[in-house]
Design a protein around this ligand. Structure first.
Ligand SMILES: *Cc1c(COP(=O)(O)O)cnc(C)c1O
Length: 337
């Protein structure tokens, strides 16, 4: 049975063409800087994000950690969303491995910060306090593409306060496709950007951290320290190169499918579809407690996998087509009949 797996866009499997690219990849020892395919991935990422440099990382978690450890030292602080991945879902790595303190603040509904609130959280230069060094944003955040004009505000804010600006751009290409701009238009405001190759772009593994030469040079050192200096890793980088060349524009299909799904599910009275978040490839909805569990069991029996029970998240991706979406809507409706 083919599963319609809507739990996450991380569940994609490499396509045949991607596997061929991996199979045929030229490789060398990347710790010596001699893997041509890794070098090509880093060059291509630099070009597409418009940054000075880039480094291949094993995961988004590692890539974000490399950025945090490059921007901040022991006793420094980063300002981050209370519900940001980099704060909430990365095992406290910045504290564990970097001796860096987070200052979490609430995101607003649209995924931005109230910059007045951020200003109040920046610590004065006084030995009682950690040294505030970095502001982190996330785009997309829960499927929301942040407003393009907000980046200008965030950038001038960080300039005024002498902070660096990092973007957890795990899904920056979803944001760029949604806004109909190149990823550069988003990336240009940031000192570093972490990009996941293993989400909607469909690579089996890997992220790239893009940024200034200074940040990436430091990240290269920290990646080695963290055990991330890999050898003939061009086998994996080849998937990333393939994804960046072939799987960016098609993200629009995932967004269309998410919208079809949101519209279809909205017809079901018992469900509350959150429309504002259905901008890119995610649909969030609320189901009442009394049938939440039996709903996901019913779907699983029909080969449809979802994440959550009362708050449900459905994610479209490379391995989901419009037919799968129609079937999903049908099976949801069947349950409520
Ligand atoms: C997935 C994700 C990451 C990194 O995840 P890994 O599983 O470590 O690759 C970081 N930020 C966001 C917003 C993500 O969705």
């Amino acid at each position: 049975m083919k599963y319609i797996d809507l739990r996450s866009d991380t569940v994609t499997r490499p396509t045949k063409a991607m596997r061929t690219a991996m199979f045929e990849a030229e490789v060398g020892d990347d710790v010596y800087g001699e893997d041509p395919t890794v070098n090509e991935l880093e060059r291509l990422s630099t070009e597409m994000l418009g940054t000075e440099s880039a480094i291949f990382a094993s995961s988004g978690t590692q890539s974000n950690l490399l950025a945090l450890m490059s921007h901040c030292s022991r006793g420094d602080e980063y300002i981050v969303g209370q519900k940001a991945h980099i704060y909430k879902y990365e095992g406290g790595g910045a504290a564990v491995l970097g001796a860096i303190q987070p200052q979490p603040l609430d995101f607003r509904e649209d995924g931005t910060f109230d910059l007045k609130q951020v200003a109040a959280a920046v610590k004065p230069d006084d030995f009682h306090f950690a040294r505030t060094k970095l502001l982190c944003l996330e785009n997309t955040h829960n499927g929301l593409a942040l407003p393009m004009d907000y980046f200008y505000k965030a950038k001038s804010f960080t300039e005024k306060y002498g902070l660096s600006l990092h973007l957890d751009g795990a899904r920056i290409f979803n944001a760029a496709v949604k806004e109909n701009v190149s990823a550069k238009e988003i990336a240009k405001h940031f000192d570093s950007i972490s990009v996941c190759l293993s989400k909607g772009l469909g690579s089996p593994v890997g992220s790239v951290l893009c940024g200034t030469n200074q940040v990436i040079q430091s990240a290269r050192r920290w990646r080695k320290v963290l055990g991330g200096g890999m050898r003939q890793v061009g086998i994996l980088a080849a998937a990333g190169v393939y994804a960046l060349k072939n799987h960016v524009e098609r993200l629009a299909e995932d967004h269309e499918n998410a919208l079809i799904l949101a519209k279809g599910l909205e017809e079901i009275e018992e469900l509350q579809v959150n429309y504002t978040t259905a901008q890119t490839n995610m649909v969030f909805l609320e189901a009442a407690k009394d049938y939440a569990v039996s709903l996901s069991e019913h779907l699983a029996q029909k080969g449809i996998l979802i994440w959550g029970d009362e708050t449900i998240r459905l994610v479209t991706h490379l391995d989901i087509n419009e037919e799968d979406i129609r079937r999903t809507i049908l099976v949801f409706k069947e349950f409520f009949k």
